[in-house]
Design a protein around this ligand. Structure first.
Ligand SMILES: [Zn+2]
Length: 154
């Protein structure tokens, strides 16, 4: 399968605008909704404006695009042009992510990061698996957790 970046995504990448309401985000949201969870979106008064917040569970779910957040996975590829610009931009995003993550924990939130590659591409996991993992993590007392694609099975 050829990996084609849709034109609207490319335009957004080139203009440097961070997107909200991405497809991975919508998948997580609708699955949670179907399972009866109530949540708030892009909460402005929380560090980093978490994508999905479940106040009743004190859980923030961050749905990270692998490109914007510099994930070390096969979905991440630095553009061939303006390499320094993109590298700086993504390094800044990563620093902000680390800081926001720490601040959320300090304020008593549990933080689950769901990477785009868990939902998209050849390494993705099934939606049933994804929500089983989310609920399994929520049932633990872990302060933070990560769900990603390309999971090694052994
Ligand atoms: Zn990834």
């Amino acid at each position: 399968m050829v990996d084609v970046v849709p034109i609207n995504v490319r335009r957004r990448m080139m203009s440097g605008i961070r997107s909200t309401n991405t497809i991975p985000e919508r998948i997580v949201r609708s699955g949670l909704h179907r399972r009866g969870y109530r949540f708030r979106l892009h909460v402005v008064d929380m560090p980093g404006r978490p994508d999905i917040v479940l106040p009743k569970h004190a859980v923030a779910i961050l749905v990270h695009g692998c490109f914007w957040h510099g994930h070390r996975c096969p979905l991440f590829r630095l553009p061939a042009t303006r390499v320094r610009f993109w590298r700086n931009k993504i390094e800044t995003n990563c620093r902000n992510d680390i800081r926001n993550h720490r601040r959320l924990l300090q304020r008593g939130w549990r933080v689950l990061t769901v990477w785009e590659c868990a939902l998209k591409g050849s390494g993705r996991i099934s939606p049933d698996d994804l929500f089983a993992r989310i609920e399994r993590w929520m049932s633990t007392s872990h302060r933070s957790g990560t769900i990603r694609g390309y999971i090694r099975t052994r």
